[in-house]
Design a protein around this ligand. Structure first.
Ligand code: AGP
Length: 365
């Protein structure tokens, strides 16, 4: 039937809540008949993938940037992430690249479509990672990796993003297995974590109440920065995009370790700094970057794995998600980041589902 808001105030709110199902269904699409992770490609097809260029825009581009950490780390296959609108007017060198992956929720973003066509012209095989069945990118790609997030109506992408990440980490595992870079035990351990993810996301959906007072303050900010290290750096950029498109507050995502090379000059008293932290090998370094920002007057809003906050020795508003294997932390930490942007816009009174100047899918250049 007709797609309605199902009792929620906004499509975005509804779609945030649909993420456990979006992840579950997308993972099912990446699970073979033997119950193990599969990319629906033969071992030979996977082994033939030697270098990847990812083509996407906006939120889908940030998904590609997270995937680079997974694919290079697990499958030892080089990945370049390109902004689609730039790629299709370049004359790219394709040495060492066999495959282009076009990532698009709608499958209709003209920039991404043109970038994929350009890649095909350059002799690359193409994979479309799309949410909409039968979309132009789905029809034109040589192969498809589908997300099963269901229709996304809110202009701000939420469930499509976490579904893209689910498919991309599964692809990374399948590629790593085909190439012999991961043993079955580690592959299955990641699969177990992914199967637990819908439940953990469900728990994180209870953070609305904790985030409401933070959003209430954030709405007064003129500018904000978002920080993350490693595969949380793209989540910082995604968080900043969510905040700017929904609340019209200037927001910029930086790699935490890059702050000292310039952006730290932006920090002044009470500048909100939304910081992402996982319990991984970068945790201590990332926390010390945040302490530095706090010492300069930044007001830290820390969004973290519950195991990453024990030794925090600076003032911060702390929001925690359940403990997870660090490899899937980018997916889980996205949830509070989305909720914060949603609540800030709601408090400010902007049009959440239909922000000014934006269209759901951008079919012009
Ligand atoms: C996300 O919140 C944006 N509205 C936008 O960046 C979007 O992700 C981008 O336009 C790409 O869309 P696509 O995934 O449908 O190609």
């Amino acid at each position: 039937g007709m797609i309605d808001k199902g009792g929620y105030r906004h499509f975005m709110e509804k779609e945030i809540h649909e993420q456990p199902d979006a992840i579950l269904n997308s993972l099912a699409g990446m699970t073979g008949e033997d119950g193990r992770i599969s990319a629906n490609m033969s071992r030979e097809e996977l082994q033939a993938i030697d270098g990847i260029v990812m083509l996407a825009a906006g939120t889908s581009h940030y998904a590609s940037q997270v995937a680079r950490y997974w694919i290079e780390g697990l499958a030892r296959t080089p990945v370049a992430c390109e902004i689609a609108s730039e790629y299709h007017y370049r004359n790219p060198v394709t040495t060492g690249i066999t495959t282009a992956i076009a990532i698009s929720q709608s499958g209709e973003s003209l920039d991404t479509l043109k970038a994929m066509r350009h890649a095909a012209t350059c002799g690359l095989s193409t994979i479309g990672l799309v949410n909409v069945d039968g979309s132009t990118i789905a029809r034109e790609a040589d192969a498809i990796l589908p997300t099963h997030a269901g229709p996304e109506i809110g202009v701000a992408s939420t469930k499509a993003f976490t579904a893209q990440l689910t498919v991309l980490i599964s692809f990374a595992v399948a590629l790593a297995e085909a190439k012999g870079h991961i043993d079955a035990a580690r592959a299955d351990a990641i699969h177990d974590q992914l199967q637990a993810l819908p439940g953990l996301v469900g728990k994180s959906l209870k953070l609305f109440d904790d985030l409401r007072p933070i959003a209430h303050q954030l709405k007064h900010a003129r500018s904000t920065i978002y920080l993350g290290r490693g595969h949380l750096f793209p989540i910082a950029m995604e968080g900043a995009l969510k905040l700017k498109e929904l609340s019209y507050i200037h927001a910029e995502g930086f790699a935490s370790g890059e702050m000292k090379h310039g952006p730290i000059a932006l920090i002044e008293d009470d500048l909100p700094v939304v910081a992402l932290l996982a319990a991984d090998e970068l945790m201590e370094k990332a926390a010390s970057n945040l302490k530095e920002a706090s010492a300069r007057g930044g007001r830290i809003i820390l969004i973290a794995d519950e195991r990453a906050v024990n030794d925090i020795d600076f003032e911060a508003d702390i929001i925690t998600v359940p403990a997870v294997d660090p490899i899937i932390a980018p997916i889980l930490l996205t949830i509070p980041v989305q909720i914060l942007a949603y609540l800030t816009a709601l408090d400010k009174g902007t049009d959440v589902d239909q922000p000014r100047n934006l269209a759901k899918s951008v079919t012009v250049e």
